[in-house]
Ligand binder design. Structure first.
Ligand SMILES: Nc1ncnc2c1ncn2[C@@H]1O[C@H](COP(=O)(O)OP(=O)(O)OP(=O)(O)O)[C@@H](O)[C@H]1O
Length: 633
């Protein structure tokens, strides 16, 4: 049995069946407690099934691994993100609200924008003329206007505003127009056989709301729900959980830390965990305040940012926090590089378990625009590093990879003109005027022309083979072998054997195969459609490269820890972000700073430049972040 403190044990072993709220500070063992609670329920009840909701697919994978040794875990624990659960509800019961059997998820922002623009065109708006002005600044302004509409659509969905009155309440000044444009956008999505990422929860909610029996089917099997990172729930997520539970499922555990609520831009608020949940479910309340992760100095610093947020445990080591100002971002980067080299040279230290190496260090910044100077300095010093990515899938780079990706999308949803048009553009052929032809890939295959490296025969063969794949049980191994051989043959016959396009094509074919293998191994389904949906939901993304030093934004470092952390670029305007103006937004920036500091287990270096070169070339003086002021107070 894994070691638990007394307060952790009280949570894990509390009587099963009632609602519980656990307010737990950074490093207090939330993940450990949640995992052990799931294990406890599985062991004690012998037959009940449990849902564990995690914030990321990676956290779900980790929890699954930790519970691997628990009897019948596979059958009795559904460990997943909230979107994956909602997606399953849609897959199984979407037809009850008139959704097509195979729904395509438009997970990319620019595809959603394409659908939006088309919905405007379809309603007689000359949007292309509006967007194609010569003046670059004006063009950007107009693009921003369009983006604001997209943001409004997301906001409407996160706020679960399903009626005109609810939308009007959100946008009182422009309610009629927003509602109409929103309806047109939703119509255009469905016309192209799809839904967008935000719709997943909305549609699943709609199913549970209108077909009460669907909730009963799930509740007959799942008697308990445990929710991690509950401080980051937004309205749509909270209401989805609530309707999923109905008035029968009472055994809900929410674990979270209001001081780590950092997804306000996504509609998150700790009020869902701290007040709505309390009002709706009257949970027993527990607190975990001891930080098991960090040294005394780091806990002191975290408490200065968020007074009274946590306590050190008895055996905490001393550690240190050092604040280092530098002349500009280049000096700052050079200092970080020198410090890393010095630490590696030091080799070992009483406060660090094992050897000091790049793998137990991370450099964190508020956003990724802070990293270029450091990346350059690391490259020059030949220090390997990787940038930690979010869970959205990266798009392929090579022509082959892109045709493969789009070809599969069009095969699964021939109504998807968004993907179809992109495919035609890539292949440099005229797009058909209508998109609903199940044989479309064959028609496109006949028209392909050669690119510089990849010949038309290969591209046309690729489309034909995608067309021939059995959607319900495709033989991807054979498909991969076929194109591996063809690409290798091109490489051998070509004079230009070292062409990077060929190398990228082969590696993207391999990536496709390995994500397919991962999909099958994780038991997420057998069909090509389930594969696409799993990909859209980020269930197949793994870090492709985790070698060397980790560079990460605060948001992608959430939930993780490293022995040694460098927190760089700590100036006003960067951290807090210049866009944060209101008290609430600034408080959330402070939460982000708190998250960054508490990622450190042992030592923390905080750096900031006194001046910075702006993207347009000006050098501007910088002011030290107010959060550094708090840390030093
Ligand atoms: N009872 C315990 N005894 C010793 N170490 C513990 C105990 N509980 C947790 N830890 C360790 O403390 C660290 C933090 O635990 P965990 O990641 O579960 O915390 P958390 O509350 O999820 O943190 P955060 O919210 O900051 O991401 C981990 O390294 C974990 O192994």
């Amino acid at each position: 049995m894994i070691h638990l403190s007394e307060s952790q044990r009280q949570v894990v072993q509390s009587p099963i069946g009632n609602a519980m709220q656990v307010l737990a500070s950074a490093g207090s063992g939330k993940t450990r407690v949640l995992t052990e609670r799931v294990r406890y329920i599985l062991e004690q009840t012998k037959k009940d099934c449990v849902i564990a909701l995690t914030f990321t697919n990676k956290a779900a994978d980790e929890m699954r691994q930790r519970l691997d040794d628990t009897d019948s875990m596979e059958d009795r624990a559904w460990i997943s993100t909230i979107h994956s659960i909602a997606q399953r509800v849609i897959e199984q019961y979407g037809h009850t609200i008139g959704l097509p059997a195979e729904l395509h998820i438009y997970e990319r922002d620019k595809d959603r924008m394409e659908v939006f623009l088309q919905s405007l065109r379809d309603h007689g708006v000359n949007i292309d003329e509006y967007l194609q002005v010569d003046d670059a600044r004006e063009r950007r302004n107009r693009e921003r206007v369009m983006q604001k509409y997209m943001d409004a659509f997301s906001n409407i969905k996160r706020e679960l505003a399903t009626t005109e009155e609810e939308v009007s309440a959100l946008y009182p000044d422009d309610s009629e127009r927003i509602w109409r444009i929103y309806q047109d956008y939703q119509g255009a999505l469905l016309d192209s056989g799809g839904i967008d990422f935000d719709d997943i929860l909305i549609r699943a909610y709609e199913i549970l709301q209108t077909q009460e029996w669907v909730g009963d089917v799930y509740r007959a099997k799942y008697k308990h729900i445990c929710i991690d990172e509950a401080q980051d729930l937004n309205k749509a997520q909270y209401e989805f959980i609530k309707i999923f539970c109905g008035d029968k499922l009472k055994s809900i555990l929410m674990v979270g830390d209001p001081n780590q609520m950092i997804y306000g831009f996504n509609g998150s608020s700790s009020k869902y965990m701290c007040s709505m949940f309390v009002e709706d479910f009257q949970p027993s309340e527990y607190r975990l305040t001891e930080n098991y992760r960090s040294t005394t100095k780091i806990i002191e610093t975290a408490n200065k940012l968020k007074p009274g947020s946590q306590k050190e445990h008895d055996a905490a080591l001393q550690g240190f926090v050092e604040v280092v100002p530098q002349n500009d971002e280049f000096f700052e980067a050079a200092w970080v590089v020198r410090q890393i080299q010095a630490l590696i040279k030091l080799g070992t230290h009483d406060e660090i378990e094992g050897n000091i190496s790049l793998s137990n260090m991370a450099v964190i910044a508020r956003n990724r625009f802070i990293f270029p100077a450091l990346e350059k300095a690391l490259e020059n010093a030949k220090i390997p590093f990787h940038m930690k990515k979010g869970e959205r899938a990266a798009e392929p780079d090579s022509l082959f990879g892109r045709v493969l990706d789009l070809g599969i999308r069009v095969k699964l949803n021939p109504r998807s003109w968004v993907d179809g048009k992109k495919l035609c553009q890539l292949l440099q052929i005229t797009a058909p005027s209508k998109w609903d032809d199940g044989e479309i890939l064959l028609a496109l295959a006949d028209q392909t022309t050669a690119s510089e490296v990849i010949n038309s025969e290969l591209l046309s063969g690729l489309l034909t083979e995608i067309h021939k794949l059995d959607s319900d049980a495709p033989n991807i191994r054979k498909f991969k072998r076929t194109f591996e051989q063809r690409l290798e043959a091109i490489a051998k016959s070509s004079e230009n054997t070292s062409d990077p396009e060929l190398a990228t094509s082969i590696s993207e074919l391999n990536e496709f195969f390995s994500s397919w293998t991962k999909f099958r191994q994780k038991g997420l389904g057998e069909s090509l459609q389930s594969y696409r949906n799993a990909k859209a939901l980020g269930q197949l993304e793994g870090e492709t490269n985790t070698d060397g030093l980790t560079l990460s934004t605060v948001h992608t470092m959430k939930g993780l820890e490293k022995d040694i952390v460098f927190l760089i670029g700590m100036c006003e305007g960067v951290f807090p972000d210049y866009r944060a103006k209101s008290k609430r937004e600034l408080e959330e920036e402070r939460n982000s700073a708190f998250v960054a500091v508490t990622r450190a287990k042992r030592w923390l270096y905080v750096t900031y430049p006194n001046q910075r070169t702006m993207p347009w070339g000006d050098v501007r003086p910088q002011t030290r972040s107010r959060f550094v002021g708090s840390m030093l107070s």
